[in-house]
Design a protein. Sequence first.
Length: 126
Amino acid sequence: MLTRIRNANLAKYSLVEVPNTKINSNIANVLQETGFIDSFEFKLEGKLSQHKILIYLKYKGKIRQPVITTIKRISKPGLRIYAGCKDIPIVLGGLGIAIVSTSQGIMDDKDARSNNIGGEILCYIW
């Protein structure tokens, strides 16, 4: 999902289709709440494996600069990165977000710190 969003931003697409999974829908929800994407909706067609999430990307200005400048994957299948609530990093001095998978669901770093819970750091976005 992250690579599809990154490539669509570089090509200045306004719409990205990603597979419909719980993690992808929760990440899209966090991105919409923090203002990095315009909106997202579910495209339910055919079998369950063919369901998609349509993500509408956000651009600023007349030259259409992408709001998401960088997406960096942190926790990978070969090396999982976990952090406690006090160890969750502040991304780009507070201008970016870290998406954290916690026991209470997927949330951004500010919500995880305010709820005093840690978890797996999925990615940084700024």
